[in-house]
Design a protein around this ligand. Structure first.
Ligand SMILES: Nc1ncnc2c1ncn2[C@@H]1O[C@H](COS(=O)(=O)NC(=O)[C@@H](N)CS)[C@@H](O)[C@H]1O
Ligand SMILES: [Zn+2]
Length: 480
């Protein structure tokens, strides 16, 4: 896209919603002009961020005993309609295919909103014995949900383009529970690699995944204080095994129903990374997912231009050989315009090389996240750049972590909760009874997000709704 098309300026980040929408356009992440609501188009630059993000997800899943696979998109109505809870949860969200060409289909086909009812009839055919366990498969696919709430690119889509869903099978409820814990750990590690700190909590029963025994979730706190659910892990018990008749021969020869989990991450992982690290100048990307990790800017004067260009090319070749994604911006834009462009794209490190730097045998290194400027000697350029990446990654994660902690408020009563959830996440005691939870939600006008997996108890306190003594504090937040 020509530079001129982007005469609009990026709004300041505190105008978060406008900043976010404008940034997706100006940094060439997604084009929202596709003529179907809730469907968006990846620009190549945005898609490169997705590729790098999902190669981290694949690495972490593949290194923890998962295997990637691929199931069909279309699910026959009779299979989709088998699990009562699941249907109730998705019947208003599922798209149906009713024709092939001009012929009406004898069995309507659902576009998968998630793939339990595509996968589990096959699991029934595959699972035979406890020796088959643990079965840990995942796929990265597009799924379709007829979202009626406000759709937003990367955050709430009707076609979820990057839906990583894992589906595991185990002998016992306890084995599945252990898998849930492993998945929470894997998701926490994925987000550490994206320098995104997360809140981990058990969703209240009325908010769990349709057909699950319970749901644990990871939430990011976005710059506007609202939380974004960026990963969920569901213990499915033997609910789906009973519905789809997934049985195995136990060591004692008995036929038993299997126990299952499923867990998902979508492109919200990218929405959170962009939102949490970005600033008024645009994207700030963790080096590991940046499509361009280093941009080299030749500082050109009449004298010595040739040597400078040659040196920039040489540094580029060496960094490429070291596996670093690097560009030389030799365009005839003024240096300031170059800085603006690459800062907008979140390039973690800029190297400036001019005649004086050549004499001193150095490159000037400028960090995108802090603006800090210092020198790296040219013979050490590969190691120096890697050190910068480590410093940037560490600093992004620490900064986001303290920002998150500063947005969690232990409140004394519901009025304080109402006030504090404008800025972030409140905690408040809760006895755990549904009627109290729902009464509190009515009073506050926001939901119970979940019970922290790492308790935030302050000892014995009183449930604000019924006065009963409790040692549990729950998260309350406005959510996307
Ligand atoms: N409309 C949507 N747009 C973008 N991401 C979404 C959307 N709906 C859900 N997600 C993301 O997808 C994750 C998994 O979705 S889910 O419904 O919670 N869980 C499942 O579908 C289970 N089958 C595990 S894969 C959610 O945690 C959320 O981060
Ligand atoms: Zn209560």
């Amino acid at each position: 896209m020509a530079e001129s098309e982007k005469e609009a300026a990026l709004p300041p980040k505190e105008a978060f919603s406008d900043w976010y929408n404008e940034l997706l356009w100006m940094a060439e992440i997604m084009d929202v002009r596709y003529p179907v609501k809730g469907l968006y188009v990846w620009y190549p630059f945005g898609f490169a961020i997705r590729r790098n993000t999902y190669s981290i997800i694949r690495e972490i899943l593949d290194n923890s005993g998962h295997q990637e696979t691929l199931f069909p998109l279309l699910i026959p109505e009779n299979e989709f309609m088998k699990e009562a809870e699941h249907i109730k949860g998705f019947e208003n969200e599922v798209y149906w295919v009713t024709h092939g060409g001009k012929d009406p289909l004898d069995i309507p086909l659902a576009l998968r909103p998630t793939s339990e009812t595509a996968i589990y009839p096959m699991y029934k055919k595959w699972v035979r014995s406890h020796a088959d366990f643990p079965l840990k498969l995942y796929q990265i696919v597009n799924t379709f949900r007829y979202e009626t709430k406000h759709t937003r690119p990367l955050i709430r889509l009707r076609e979820i383009t990057s839906f990583k869903e894992a589906h595991t099978v185990h002998a016992t409820w306890e084995d599945a529970e252990a898998q849930v814990k492993e998945a929470i750990g894997l998701y926490t590690e994925i987000y550490r690699r994206l320098a995104v700190p997360v809140l981990r909590s058990r969703r209240p029963d009325w908010d769990k995944f349709p057909g699950a025994d319970y749901t644990d979730a990871l939430d990011a706190v976005m710059p506007d204080g609202k939380t974004l659910q960026i990963g969920t892990v569901h213990h499915l018990g033997d609910n789906f095994a009973k519905t789809f008749d997934i049985k195995y021969e136990a060591p004692d020869g008995e036929q038993r129903y299997a126990h299952q989990t499923c867990y998902g991450i979508s492109e919200r992982s990218i929405a959170a990374t962009i939102s949490i690290h970005g600033d008024d100048k645009g994207l700030v990307l963790p080096p590991e997912i940046a499509p361009v990790q280093v941009v080299i800017i030749p500082i050109i004067f009449k004298k010595g231009a040739e040597e400078v260009f040659a040196a920039c090319k040489d540094v580029q070749e060496r960094l490429k050989k070291a596996g670093i994604r690097v560009e030389v911006d030799a365009s005839d834009l003024r240096p300031g315009a170059k800085y603006y462009k690459w800062e907008m794209k979140g390039v973690p490190l800029r190297l400036e090389i001019g005649p004086r730097d050549l004499q001193n045998n150095v490159a000037v290194a400028v960090r995108r996240d802090t603006g800090e400027k210092d020198q790296i000697t040219l013979p050490e350029i590969e190691a120096g750049v890697r050190l910068k990446f480590e410093a940037i990654q560490k600093s992004l994660y620490e900064k986001a972590g303290s920002e998150l902690e500063s947005r969690i408020f232990d409140c004394v009563d519901l009025d304080e909760v109402k006030e504090k959830i404008q800025e972030g996440v409140a905690t408040i005691p809760w006895c755990g009874k549904r009627e109290c939870g729902l009464a509190m939600e009515d009073h506050i006008g926001a939901g119970i997000l979940g019970i922290p997996l790492t308790p935030r108890s302050k000892g014995k306190e009183k449930c604000p709704a019924c006065g009963e003594e409790t040692e549990t504090r729950v998260y309350v937040a406005r959510t996307y």
